[in-house]
Design a protein around this ligand. Sequence first.
Ligand code: GRF
Length: 189
Amino acid sequence: MIKEKANIAVFISGRGTNLKALILRSKKKDCNYKIAYVISNKKNAAGLKFAKKNRIATIIISHLFLKTEQKKLAKILITKSIKFICLAGFMKILSPYFLNFFKNKIINIHPSLLPKYKGLNTHLKALEAKEKFSGCTIHFVSKKLDSGKIIAKKKVKIFKKDTLKKLEKRVLKEENKLYPLVLEKLIRS
Ligand code: GRF
């Protein structure tokens, strides 16, 4: 039983399987974190439903997310002593202004073996390049997209007959396993 659980905020934009994996792990007695906030830039993000079902506070940010709003959100998270912010399918680029409030505290999961295939359509790029392996990477978020310091990677085999869907499913399964594990390790270190 862990008494002092670290507060975590998760930022999402969509379906939220990684959020779900993080929440499910957080419910275990021996887990060292709890999710204090789920933040979304999409009010209809499917992941929000799961957050609400688990009585986790949610915050919707606006499309523009101007500096005043960024400052307000940063203040809320700092007041809650948020230890890490986990981006999980968050499709908005955070400004250097916002990043500055949380130096070395924002991490992201990306569906490729970085530094290969930054940005979108990672599985398509890996298939087109006839890669033998793809996978996922957890990294610190820096000003440059998908380029911050790498924390952990998980390799996934690509088979000759793979389709986009099959590969995405295989990688996502590993993402969902890796994210809670890496987060807990980071908190311990
Ligand atoms: C994942 O593949 C993640 O690596 C990428 O966006 C996807 C989000 O999936 N950044 P989900 O919303 O967590 O299901």
